[in-house]
Write a protein that binds this ligand. Structure first.
Ligand SMILES: [Zn+2]
Length: 206
């Protein structure tokens, strides 16, 4: 008897970290999964709102046949596409790359917070600076605060070089607008594929 192959699975849904992303409203975040058991592929609904269908029958779990018509919510998906998702290109870092969106957005928010606090510090300094002696003190406090702000910004940037990086080789993306998540994504749409600039071969296809 042949050894049983370990069950592997892929997920289908609207969420960006699924193996097959279907960005339409009739599809739930994590809508369904296909599990490979030996040479069989089993499609399973994940308690979705709009259902999973095989040959127009709503199913909970069903073994797939190559000529089955699969529909996820309102979205038909070919058998071939479902099966292809199992043979992931080892350089395909689409899902890992998608997770960098949250990392970038958090960075932008934290940086804005640091900079806005700078403005409220200046307003506080003006209030301190009414009497002459207070003015000198205010300047001193202000200098200390801006040094602290620079330190915090440097800490934030150091942290980002660890987490905002190519998901394969770890080369950090620069923290410029030109390398914002949205720009990296836009470039990958223009070129059909995103590539790591360090040349490690990682791609994030759309
Ligand atoms: Zn890389």
């Amino acid at each position: 008897m042949q050894a049983t192959e370990n069950a592997k699975y892929i997920t289908i849904g609207r969420g960006k970290t699924n193996h097959i992303v279907v960005p339409t409203l009739s599809v739930t975040d994590l809508h369904a999964r296909v599990t490979k058991v030996g040479n069989e592929y089993w499609l399973e609904d994940n308690n979705s709102s709009n259902g999973t269908y095989v040959n127009e029958f709503r199913i909970l779990k069903r073994r797939l046949q190559p000529d089955d018509q699969v529909r996820i919510g309102n979205q038909p998906i070919t058998y071939r596409r479902l099966i292809k998702a199992f043979s992931r290109n080892p350089d395909d870092y689409t899902r890992e790359f998608a997770e960098l969106e949250g990392v970038w957005n958090e960075y932008v928010a934290l940086k804005a917070q640091l900079e806005n606090r700078g403005i409220s510090d200046q307003i506080a300094d003006l209030a301190v600076g009414v009497p002459l002696i207070g003015l000198a003190l205010g300047r001193l406090v202000g200098a200390e605060r801006s040094a602290r702000k620079r330190r915090e910004l440097a800490d934030l940037e150091a942290h980002m070089t660890q987490v905002y990086a190519c998901p394969k080789c770890g080369t950090p993306f620069p923290l410029t607008r030109d390398s914002s998540y949205q720009m990296l994504m836009q470039r990958s749409i223009n070129q059909k594929q995103g590539h790591c600039l360090a040349g490690c071969g990682a791609i994030w296809t759309i």
